[in-house]
Design a protein. Structure first.
Length: 174
């Protein structure tokens, strides 16, 4: 038997052994299934590390550290070695800051002013702005539709003539 055949037989035997082990582990009663991400195992009120928060907010870790220097309301708990642990309130604030900076187009100074005015409570400002922006979008789309229909009505005869000309040209080509 060649060395390649022997090697593949050994691989198959190892795979079968791993399958048996995983099947026997799955049969353990009251066993909690492990997920690849451990954040789902944490309680919503649990503190989060900077890497978990960065992933949840959608920015890099260095951006969170920068925001700490710019926004005095962000105060994560620091333990030995300078490790940061963020409270759920900190995470909500960071998400709101991210929304204002990246979606609404605010500058850092603009968000700082909003934080000062609201004393760190951006949730009310954002929900109000979201409702306002939805209303503005709806009004703009209604205006756009009405302006297009007005142009069509004003030029209906000319457009119908153009359509007839195009149809006659198509008939000539066919």
């Amino acid at each position: 038997m060649s060395s390649n055949t022997q090697f593949s037989n050994e691989q198959e035997a190892q795979q079968q052994e791993q399958t048996k082990v995983s099947e026997s582990v799955q049969k353990i009663p009251n066993r909690r299934k492990l997920s690849k991400k451990s954040k789902s195992a944490k309680s919503p009120s649990a503190f989060r590390t900077i890497s978990e928060v960065a992933e949840e907010v959608g920015v890099q870790q260095h951006v969170l550290r920068f925001w700490e220097s710019k926004f005095s309301y962000i105060k994560p708990l620091k333990r030995g070695g300078g490790r940061r642990y963020y409270r759920p309130e900190d995470i909500n604030l960071l998400k709101n800051i991210h929304y204002l900076l990246y979606t609404e187009g605010y500058t850092i100074k603009g968000v700082q002013k909003l934080l000062q005015k609201t004393r760190g409570n951006l949730a009310s400002v954002i929900s109000g702005e979201a409702k306002l922006s939805e209303a503005v979008i709806e009004v703009k789309s209604n205006n756009a539709i009405s302006s297009v229909s007005k142009v069509v009505e004003d030029n209906r005869e000319e457009l119908e003539d153009m359509l007839e000309n195009l149809k006659s040209m198509r008939d000539l080509i066919d």
